[in-house]
Ligand binder design. Sequence first.
Ligand SMILES: Nc1ncnc2c1ncn2[C@@H]1O[C@H](COP(=O)(O)OP(=O)(O)OP(=O)(O)O)[C@@H](O)[C@H]1O
Ligand SMILES: [Mg+2]
Length: 234
Amino acid sequence: MSSSSEIVVLARNINHYFGQKLLRSQILFDINLVIKSGEIVILTGPSGSGKTTLLTLIGGLRSVQEGSLKFLGWELRGASNEQLVKVRRQIGYIFQAHNLLDFLTARQNVQMSLELHRNIPNLEARLKSEAMLHAVKLGHKVNYYPTELSGGQKQRVAIARALVSQPKLVLADEPTAALDSKSGRDVVTLMQQLAKEQGCAILMVTHDNRVLDIADRIIRIEDGRLIKNQDFSG
Ligand SMILES: Nc1ncnc2c1ncn2[C@@H]1O[C@H](COP(=O)(O)OP(=O)(O)OP(=O)(O)O)[C@@H](O)[C@H]1O
Ligand SMILES: [Mg+2]
């Protein structure tokens, strides 16, 4: 388990551009951000302000163009594909569309994320996956397929899948968007609880004002600029 002050994400002077030549336009401007282990940071901002772009950069899903972006001390800018794959293995992703595979059961969806990772014996992977589904209160649905689950239940499977490998960081992009307020609340509380137990950091994009109170810190992005980042200490 990491110490409470471990820096998970360290972004310095990040700029990002989309498009080529005349169509090239700057999307992110001079982003500075520190996220420490165990911290829950909520990222808000208008549609098109750059939230998902920032999340995918931090998650090693997109190349860093300018500035420095470190995950657990590893520089992502200029990192090789192999290095990025290693980084991604330590990150749990939860997106708005849960991206479950419909031809796998809940348990198989969760277990798949473990199998991508290391050589965990099959039985152990299976038990871990079932335990994580119990933790998200789906112990009675382990053998159900996604089409047989409600939206909230699918999102909880996605959370189980993201957390089963005990990542250092969870990146969540509007994980409650498709849910009613009660299920949304449940899903977020669960993420908070599991993250605190595992000591991992969470960076979550949300427009849902009802879940803001689970955050240790709320930051806001407008037109590609962070306008509130209380943790940034130079
Ligand atoms: N692959 C891409 N190519 C070109 N432009 C892009 C690409 N992806 C995003 N953009 C542009 O970058 C800007 C930021 O997009 P981004 O998806 O990060 O916004 P967002 O804050 O996540 O918005 P939303 O709340 O609607 O999800 C937008 O103007 C968008 O049109
Ligand atoms: Mg987005």
